[in-house]
Ligand binder design. Structure first.
Ligand code: ATP
Length: 452
């Protein structure tokens, strides 16, 4: 993991947040390459979930919402984690994580008293000092609170949304009334979410500010388990298609006692991170819980008129929810490899071409004219199609290594012969093989190789 973090910093994928002020713990800023990777992840999700389907529409709702939204959704009363302190060294932990790590046992849905009993009863050791004396576990609400307007009384309290999903539920009727959607249909959204996590960490895996890509897929009650199965498999296929190794992915179905009270079935797509298996994408059958609650709290009708049955129904909803930052971490971890090449270590990020921040680099062998002019022309011509990089500094070996490290699939070298034979050399990141091709054919060549 340290190697990945240091590469991310060195090459401009991810920086410590507010670094020049000593950093703000567990905040991260995406640098030029990280911002590209993030866009690519989001674009691919949007393409697969919205554009390639005829039954899903997009939405971009506000982060700040009416406080009643979070009462209806259950977040004010129940969006809690249990935390527990070591009496000896005062370190603080999430009770469920402590149990999962020590006993390899999933305890979602257990009460705070039950969690305390498990930790005390099993004499779980503090990971920091090894002591077994714990306080009782207690609940902690994860929502960030702030105030809207100039007064700070309770009437102006608003929350930063802890998930994007509720923005979709409260717009259910708006979408129904303005687009031609018919059951089953989905509403998708990408956006920031905020959770005052007790134990953020593992780089960008768990942060207090993060981004989610959520789909709420509304179905007829009765069809829900078929669609649950469909989206469950979709999550796995999505990452396999991006080249993520099969052995690093698994679908973990929640046991009945683990399920949230509103959920009929939940599965997590998990990835084998360097620090262990962790949730990447959660898929839940939330039944009609959310729409029913919002009807109760808002007094508005959020039903669907089923023409075949000639009656109003409250759809069930399947929710696949994926973190953008976690997806990026998966792509970085899975793509990272080190190889021995002629006695030296070559570091490569073997990204899928669609995910690679830079698709192709142009590297002139000399800064002399007219060679540079030719190289620049090739770079500018290709820039219309791909995100390109131009690099004319340092030895060619160093320049290749940099492109390998940032995951650029192809690098073009322009040499003095190119001025005569109108050919260039294209090097493949993975095989390191070089093809000499006509400059006139370079766009077709790349389209063939990259697949777009
Ligand atoms: P955990 O149990 O790990 O706290 P969760 O089950 O609460 O996670 P969900 O509410 O299902 O997570 O969130 C959906 C997705 O959003 C997760 O699968 C993950 O990819 C992402 N996510 C959730 N919390 C965070 C966070 N603090 N930082 C980064 N991504 C997150």
């Amino acid at each position: 993991m340290n190697k990945i973090i240091s590469l991310c910093k060195r090459r401009g994928f991810v920086f410590q947040g507010s670094e020049i002020y000593g950093g703000l713990a567990n905040t991260w800023d995406y640098g030029p390459l990280g911002a590209e990777l993030k866009q690519n992840v989001k674009r691919m999700w949007w393409k697969k979930v919205v554009h390639e389907r005829e039954d899903v529409v997009g939405l971009d709702s506000a982060i700040l919402m009416h406080p009643r939204v979070w009462e209806a959704s259950g977040h004010v009363a129940g969006f809690n984690d249990a935390l527990i302190d070591c009496k000896q060294c005062k370190s603080r932990f999430r009770a469920d994580h402590l149990i999962e790590d020590a006993l390899n046992m999933h305890v979602e849905g257990k009460s705070v008293q039950e969690l305390t009993q498990i930790i005390h009863g099993n004499k779980i050791k503090c990971p920091v000092c090894g002591d077994v004396a714990w306080t009782d576990a207690r609940v902690f609400n994860l929502m960030f609170k702030t105030h809207q307007g100039v007064t700070e009384d309770s009437s102006s309290v608003v929350y930063l949304r802890p998930e994007t999903a509720q923005g979709i539920f409260v717009n259910f009727k708006n979408v129904l009334d303005t687009s031609r959607v018919k059951l089953p249909f989905g509403i998708a959204q990408i956006g920031k979410a905020f959770r005052n996590e007790i134990t953020p960490g593992n780089f960008i895996f768990r942060t207090r500010e993060f981004e989610q890509m959520e789909l709420e897929y509304f179905v007829k009650p009765g069809d829900d388990m078929n669609w649950f199965e469909f989206w469950r498999q979709f999550t796995m296929d999505f990452f396999l298609a991006l080249g993520v190794k099969k052995e690093n992915l698994r679908l973990r179905d929640h046991a009945p006692e683990e399920l949230s009270h509103y959920s009929k079935a939940t599965t997590d797509l998990e990835y084998k991170f360097p620090f262990g298996w962790g949730e990447l994408w959660g898929v839940a059958n939330r039944t009609d819980f959310d729409l029913t609650k919002h009807m109760e709290y808002s007094g508005k009708t959020l039903t669907y008129f089923d023409q075949a049955e000639n009656r109003q129904i409250t759809p069930y909803v399947i929710e696949p929810s994926l973190g953008v930052d976690r997806a990026m971490l998966v792509l970085l971890c899975d793509a990272y490899r080190e190889e021995e090449v002629e006695g030296e270590t070559r570091v490569v990020l073997g990204f899928h071409p669609e995910m690679a921040p830079i698709k192709c680099a142009v590297l002139p062998l000399s800064k002399k004219e007219p060679l540079e002019e030719l190289a620049r022309k090739i770079y500018h011509d290709l820039k219309k199609y791909y995100h390109m990089e131009y690099d004319n500094t340092g030895s060619i070996g160093k320049r290749y290594r940099r492109q390998d490290e940032i995951g650029t699939p192809y690098a073009i070298t322009v040499d003095f012969d190119s001025l005569e034979d109108h050919k260039i050399t294209v090097r493949d990141r993975d095989t390191m093989q070089q093809d000499r091709i006509d400059i006139a054919n370079v766009r077709e060549y790349l389209r063939d190789k990259l697949g777009f």
